[in-house]
Design a protein around this ligand. Structure first.
Ligand code: FAD
Length: 401
């Protein structure tokens, strides 16, 4: 194989290129991305970057890394189509670039909910560095912000805003925070935390319209009430960027469908990270994960295969979210959890999430030791019976012994 082309210069695209070189791939590597500049990390955009504005710290590698590793980056360029017959991608400016293997690392984009009046300059989103720069500038003058969406990104931003003395209202359509991703007890914990910091949290309330209101804006909720702010931050989840894959005839299903080697329905095309749907190996459930861990481990799996050492994807899912001084960490994947065991001591929270008789995930707040232990347990045992936890009195170190 001579030439690997990657669409997307984000977390996964970068890792694929770096891992290919680590694995000894000597051919040509070309990353094409619509964002300008070098690959950077997104997680700090809703956390430290809003405080320090330090662009250099975001970079995944310094500029000379790409020269030394012979990784070609074509930035500010959108890929508009894939020709699977000639094995070429077409860019917005009409160029055609040939590939021997193509990797789709196109990530996801913000979901725009059907809310009237969103097309105002005071309505901001947070996905890219360019979004974060705008938001950071605005944070300096913000007095009251309405955050639409009580997921990770909305809550991380809310914590930063509150710490700066900005009034914060959080509007969430579901009846609990981070409802898609965490246990009810963890949602409750963060509800108390955010309210304790002084944010007003409106649960079970869909935003319906943004309107002008006496020198500021108002968000009208489904129950008819209004919350006002000079800025609206839209953080209502994301959608997989799978359109070019779909148009090229690849199998998609809210994400590009891949097998356990991260191959799409075309063996010359792989997909990774936020844009792909795969069988999560610990739970056995089909998943689309939006995490640095998934993008990175997917990339490593693809790189190993491309140099002739295929190994089925077997990584344990994990995730973190920093909200103010609270660090939430999740090991495992538990959308099907139906029972929970909570352990709370010394300001540390640990929630064991069970799906039937199986430990599906462990959520911790301020308990990095338990998080790391849980990851090791999943890595060693894969399927962890509930009984094992009960016998060990929920002591993760005893489980490992
Ligand atoms: P991305 O990193 O999003 O990269 C995809 C790239 O592809 C983008 O640059 C996009 O512009 C480009 N692209 C798309 N279509 C095309 C096209 N047709 N042509 C050219 N280029 C294209 N994860 C965590 O685990 N922990 C966190 O704390 C955390 N915090 C986050 C905070 C924020 C504000 C955001 C936005 C995300 C956060 N995430 C976090 C999620 C994490 O950053 C993503 O899961 C990860 O970046 C996914 O990597 P990826 O390579 O799949 O996609």
């Amino acid at each position: 194989m001579e030439r690997v082309v990657v669409i997307g210069t984000g977390q996964g695209g970068f890792q694929l290129a770096a891992s290919l070189r680590q694995e000894g791939f000597t051919g040509r590597i070309t990353l094409i991305g619509e964002e300008p500049g070098l690959p950077y990390q997104r997680p700090p955009l809703s956390k430290d970057y809003l405080k320090d504005g330090n662009d250099a710290r975001l970079l995944l590698r310094p500029p000379d890394f790409y020269e030394q590793q012979r990784i070609e980056i074509i930035g500010s360029t959108r890929v508009t189509g894939i020709d699977r017959t000639t094995m070429e991608v077409e860019t917005g400016d009409g160029a055609r670039i040939a590939y021997d293997h193509l990797v789709l690392a196109t990530g996801s984009r913000n979901r725009i909910p059907p809310i009237a009046g969103l097309d105002r300059p005071e309505v901001l989103a947070l996905r890219t560095l360019s979004d974060a720069r705008v938001l950071r500038d605005r944070v300096e003058h913000m007095r009251r912000v309405v955050v639409i969406g009580g997921g990770f990104i909305g809550l991380e931003f809310a914590a930063v805003a509150r710490a700066r003395g900005i009034e914060v209202a959080i509007v969430e359509g579901a009846d609990r925070l981070m409802g898609r991703a965490v246990a009810p007890m963890t949602s409750r914990h963060f509800l108390d935390v955010h309210r304790g910091w002084g944010s007003s949290v409106h649960l079970g309330q869909f935003a319906e319209a943004v309107t002008d209101a006496e020198g500021s804006l108002a968000v009208r909720l489904r129950n008819g009430s209004e919350v006002s702010g000079d800025t609206i931050v839209l953080a209502a989840g994301v959608i997989a960027n799978d359109a070019i894959a779909k148009e090229a005839g690849l199998a998609t299903d809210d994400g590009i469908v891949v097998d356990d080697l991260l191959r799409s329905s075309d063996p010359n095309i792989s997909a990774l990270g936020d844009c792909c749907r795969f069988v999560e190996p610990v739970s056995g459930l089909v998943a689309r994960l939006e995490s640095v861990q998934a993008a990175t481990d997917h990339a490593r799996t693809i790189a190993a295969r491309l140099v002739g050492q295929p190994k089925p994807y077997a990584a344990v899912p994990w995730f973190w979210s920093n909200q103010g001084d609270r660090k939430l960490q999740i090991a495992g994947y538990a959308p099907d959890a139906d029972d929970w065991h909570v352990a709370e001591a010394d300001g540390k929270l640990t929630v064991f999430c069970f799906a039937g008789d199986r430990l599906a995930s462990v959520e911790t707040v301020g308990n990095a030791g338990a998080h790391m232990a849980a990851r090791r347990i999943f890595a060693n045992a894969g399927r962890v019976p509930r009984k094992l936890l009960e016998t060990a009195d929920y002591d993760l170190n005893a489980v490992m012994a």
